[in-house]
Design a protein around this ligand. Structure first.
Ligand SMILES: [Fe+2]
Length: 287
């Protein structure tokens, strides 16, 4: 073992030591990173600056990288990097209601990235270039612990049920108003069904849900949505949550298979927050 994982309090999340900028990422390191991610759910690299090239290299250690659909948000030299920023191309901070701000504010709901895909992504990496001095934290919730400690009556209800995840639904229910999608666009994102209780390769189980969930398969819409809300509240209690307070140059990597996350509000039209995101594609469908 050449990397060291220093666990955060609460047995959820860990800081990585020993992964310097000049270290070549070989097979052994790849295996250690993958094992660390599965074990801890959230990983933090804190220290020196990470170049865009290195960020892509680190992402590739986990798997194939996704290229996100919006070309205007891609990093000019590295299309695998998605620029998440409230600073416009002209250098001004966005207005509260403009599309760029509305998109960012949409991530204030608990979710797991790309759960609306048949094969959702494996992990996301977020690197902080510039962060506000108040607000803009990211919270992560441990879905292994949440399932383990779910009250018996809820555990009984979620077992064996499937949730319908839909990008069209989550986008239409974004807290800010987004432009409606054309029928052609909608057709690109058919709703998918995933089990509510996800079984991982090692046999462990966790809850799998979040902001892209439209409803419970085979259940009355309203009744199902109420149930989803009830389970979400139970699953995101503070004892399952790690709140990350960003420092510049922080890189946080989270396992989308077993965690939920959300952005905490900040003064989006006053304080600059510039992040670079890399998304690692999933390999297996949710089981
Ligand atoms: Fe996200």
């Amino acid at each position: 073992m050449t990397l060291k994982f220093e666990q955060f309090d609460n047995q959820f999340g860990a800081r990585i030591h020993g992964l310097h900028e000049d270290r070549i990422i070989g097979q052994q390191l790849v295996e250690e990173l993958a094992a660390g991610l599965t074990e801890h759910g959230v990983l933090l690299m804190r220290g020196g600056e990470i170049s865009p090239r290195r960020l892509v290299e680190l992402g590739r250690a986990f798997g194939e990288l996704e290229i996100l659909p919006e070309p205007d948000k891609r990093h000019p030299d590295h299309p695998e990097i998605f620029d998440l920023t409230n600073v416009r191309k002209d250098g001004a901070v966005v207005d509260f209601e403009e599309p760029q701000a509305v998109f960012l504010r949409g991530t204030e709901r608990w979710h797991t990235d790309s759960s609306f895909r048949k094969v959702p992504c494996l992990c996301t990496m977020l690197y902080a270039v510039e962060v506000p001095d108040a607000g803009g934290e990211t919270q992560f919730a441990n879905m292994y612990a949440a399932l383990e400690q779910l009250p018996d009556d809820l555990r009984y209800v979620v077992n064996g049920k499937r949730l319908i995840h839909s990008y069209v639904y989550s986008r239409a229910n974004n807290p800010g108003r987004m432009d409606p999608m054309s029928p052609e666009e909608e057709a690109k994102y058919p709703a998918v069904s995933h089990p509510w209780v996800r079984t991982h390769k090692d046999g462990r189980q966790s809850l799998y849900m979040g902001g892209h969930v439209s409803h419970v398969e085979g259940m009355d819409l309203d009744e199902g949505r109420e149930l989803v809300e009830e389970v979400l509240v139970a699953a995101t209690k503070s004892e399952f949550v790690y709140e990350h307070h960003w420092a510049e140059n922080d890189l946080v990597i989270w396992d989308n298979r077993s965690t939920l996350h959300r952005l905490r509000p900040y003064e989006i039209s006053a304080r600059r927050r510039i992040m670079r995101r890399v998304t690692v594609a999933g390999v297996d469908p949710v089981r």
